[in-house]
Design a protein around this ligand. Sequence first.
Ligand SMILES: [Zn+2]
Length: 93
Amino acid sequence: MGKCNCFDETLEAMKAHIIEKLPEGVVDFEASWEGHSFILSDRDHVPVNPQINYTYRKIKKDKTPAANLSKGQVKVFCSYCPFCGREIGEDSK
Ligand SMILES: [Zn+2]
């Protein structure tokens, strides 16, 4: 099984579905996946992966907590396509 285009195909299908529900004559319609990432490598991947957001408070030099929260995020790469179930990267094994 080669790479799939499930995310592109699903987006196109959903666009058609959304457009039907919009008022007639709207302009500049755009739709995109939340969290769509362009990964600059040939490594097999799906374009949208779950993301974990985290926050924490740094401790200042005087040992008291900082006023502002620090934020970070990390993406967890899918092992399988959530639409067709193919295993990601199986061609490269
Ligand atoms: Zn797929």
